[in-house]
Design a protein around this ligand. Structure first.
Ligand code: NAD
Ligand code: LMR
Length: 328
């Protein structure tokens, strides 16, 4: 038992927070040999509710949980953070698109980017979950410039990858463990592109196993793009347990070496790969050596994929242009 990782989590008294904190404290995120300190950030008004969550964490007697601290000031909550999981923000309601939240939530990420730059460890890695997560991550990254490296910022598309794997496994009639190399390109929005052409089932190219291109291009694609909205319609609230699970999968995927035949999906700062403008937070297939990520290179998107990637890129460029004033 060597180290303690300090994890800052914003919006910790919210739905995702309630499903996430206990998974982290149990060791699911950093493994059974790593202790964790949870540093929880909430709005002042939510601190009494958060105190109840803190009591519940204590009542679990998690052997790996070193401590829990609570604050309403990001300058306190992010102090010394190794990881910052930026969940806190307003979720959309039925009938809204995620980018309708741009002006509502964008401002949160300017202040939090600055606070991360000021007080987090210089090696801190940041995963933005609050929507619209790609552009919120862009805002946080821009406001932390000069202090935290841009490579340390991520926006969450792992939930979309998990959704895609589940639907493809169901269609092929195989366990989810048989589905590999699925990745989400672009925005965590209804323009995202869950690329199935490069996916594999049982090590074989997916299009050779699921011989139904009309389903892949039509129903499958629409199901993944609209899954968040379908859950809001059914539950009356946005996904929470599956989102928390995807946060665990993302951090685990970025802090452990990626197994052969697997990819990790997250939006990262583009290095110009595949013609995506440098500096945009864009979802790519990634691999990890356990310390840093690499964008999977050498793929050759077909015309259909190129069209879908262009559509999601257009939306991200529009989002970026709409929040220029929030980026120094
Ligand atoms: P929620 O409303 O249940 O909880 C959000 C919490 O954030 C609240 O407790 C609120 O008090 C807190 N909060 C608001 N502003 C804050 C601030 N400035 N600092 C600290 N805390 C703040 O919402 P939720 O269901 O937990 O969802 C949170 C966000 O995650 C939403 O934006 C939602 O759309 C997004 N989300 C993203 C994904 C994804 O895949 N990227 C998946 C699910 C949900
Ligand atoms: C999701 O994908 O479930 C979340 O981003 C919530 C939403 O607004 O769709």
């Amino acid at each position: 038992m060597s180290q303690t990782i300090r994890v800052a989590i914003t919006g910790a008294a919210g739905q995702i927070g309630y499903a996430l904190l206990f998974r982290i404290a149990s060791g699911a995120m950093f493994g059974p040999a790593t202790r964790v300190h949870l540093s929880l950030l909430e709005l002042e008004a939510a601190l009494p509710a958060l105190e109840g969550v803190r009591m519940e964490l204590e009542d679990c007697a998690f052997p790996l949980l070193d401590g829990v601290s609570m604050a309403s000031d990001p300058m306190k909550a992010f102090e010394g953070a190794d990881w910052a999981l930026l969940v806190g923000s307003v979720p959309r309601k039925a009938g809204m698109e995620r980018n309708d939240l741009l002006r509502i939530n964008g401002g949160i990420f300017t202040a939090q980017g600055k606070a991360l730059a000021a007080v987090a460890k210089k090696t801190c890695r940041v995963l933005v979950v609050g929507n619209p997560c790609n552009t919120n991550a862009l805002i946080a990254m821009a406001n932390a410039k000069g202090s935290l490296p841009k490579e340390n910022f991520y926006a969450m598309t792992m939930l979309d990858q998990n959704r895609a794997i589940a639907q493809l496994a169901r269609k092929a009639g195989v366990p989810v463990s048989q589905v590999g190399r699925v990745a989400i390109w672009g925005n965590h929005s209804s323009t995202q592109y869950p690329n199935f052409y490069d996916a594999q089932i049982g090590g074989k190219p997916l299009p050779e196993v699921i011989r139904d291109e009309a389903w892949l291009q039509g129903e499958f694609l629409a199901t993944i793009q609209q899954r968040g909205a379908a859950i809001i319609k059914a539950r009356g609230a946005s996904s929470a347990a599956s989102a928390a699970n995807a946060v665990v999968d993302t951090v685990r995927g970025l802090t452990t070496p990626t197994p052969a035949g697997a990819w990790v999906s997250a939006a990262v700062c583009s290095d110009g790969s595949y013609g995506i403008p440098e500096g945009l937070m864009f979802g790519f297939p990634l691999t990890s050596d356990g310390k840093t990520h690499t964008i999977v290179k050498g793929l050759t998107p077909n015309e259909f994929s190129k069209g879908r990637i262009a559509a999601t890129l257009k939306e991200l460029v529009e989002e970026r242009d709409a929040v220029k004033d929030l980026m120094p």
